[in-house]
Design a protein around this ligand. Sequence first.
Ligand code: PMP
Length: 413
Amino acid sequence: MGLKFPIYLDHAATTPCDPRVVEAMLPFFTERYGNPGSRNHRFGWEAEEGVDTARQQVAALIGSDEKEVVFTSGATESNNIAIKGAAYMYERAPAGSGRPRGHIISAIHEHKAVLDPCKRLQKEGFDVTFLEPGSDGLITAEMVRGAMREDTILVTIMWANNEIGTINEIREIGALCHEREVIFHTDATQWVGKMPTDVGKDNVDLLSMSGHKIYGPKGVGALYVRRRKPRVRLQSLVDGGGQERGFRSGTLNVPGIVGLGKAAEIALQEMEQDGRRLLAMRTRLENAVTAALDVVQVNGHREKRLPQITNISFGFVEGESLMMAVKEIACSSGSACTSASLEPSYVLKALGVGDELAHSSLRLSLGRWTTDEQVDYAAEAIVKSVKKLRELSPLYDMHKEGIDLSKVEWAHH
Ligand code: PMP
């Protein structure tokens, strides 16, 4: 089969909806359109049935009880409900008392959907410690232990990082939190549906996930809220009809939820096989690139890494030129658009990657329908582009001649 362009290697940003998911959703738009809150007629019951099934499917994927699943509009909302909801519920000192309202532990390279709620809480009088990883991006239980205080109320550490794929020590961090009676939240958006998850064994109290990262629809997600040992309480942020045990009021997005459920069911069935295939393809991609080029580095932890993501930095090429050169590959760069300027990725910076190298990095993330042919094409296109760009680089010439560029004294104007 011929290749179609651009080749989509940005599955960590979002995934296409699985046709089986779309098929499951369709009747809930046009036929079973009832409000699951309508208790008096068949339309309501049918919608409720769809939601119940989805709740079971999501619960099965994460090893929880179905009563512990709260449907939301996505991982951003789940994170907000969990982090702010727990902070307000478990605060130790009242606002305005002059004492910290409570202590929270997170990390500097979390997703914005965790960082920004934490920063808001900081402004409101909570103390937040943002842990800093080493060059592998890993957050360990020891790091969390070192930051624990008497008044720590919440730890929020992502399961796997969305830019580099590094997998944190979730089970160990959870065990530590339970030992200290601290609530443990994890943003598992990139992890769930890709890797086996058991909120019981993994000692997680609150877990965020999203539909559109697991071949489900956008605008729907879930929050797992532990009901026993400990029973987690959250102050609600969205008040209204009291749906979802009061954690998230509002008429349920029934088609979206049904889609999320179906996506969860498929993920559970196909996870092992998909994971093996993706790992083999990712290895093929990384090998092809690193064998053909020097001055490249794969970012993140060597082993503790999601199988579908690779993040590679290329020395001696300019970031924007690299993106332009590989535009037939749809992927992410190590730059983020903040207002009008390009900022180097704060995740890569947290790992100690320099600004220049961060800009000239690519995140390639593979998915359910990625083929070997696509991966081979991508590797070849990247290698060719980097070589071509380096032909224009006097610095690369100097590097090849063995000149230590760190010792060169540049003229400053
Ligand atoms: N957390 C992580 C780790 C993510 O990768 C994303 C999506 N980029 C989100 C949160 C936000 O998810 P959603 O789009 O469902 O709000």
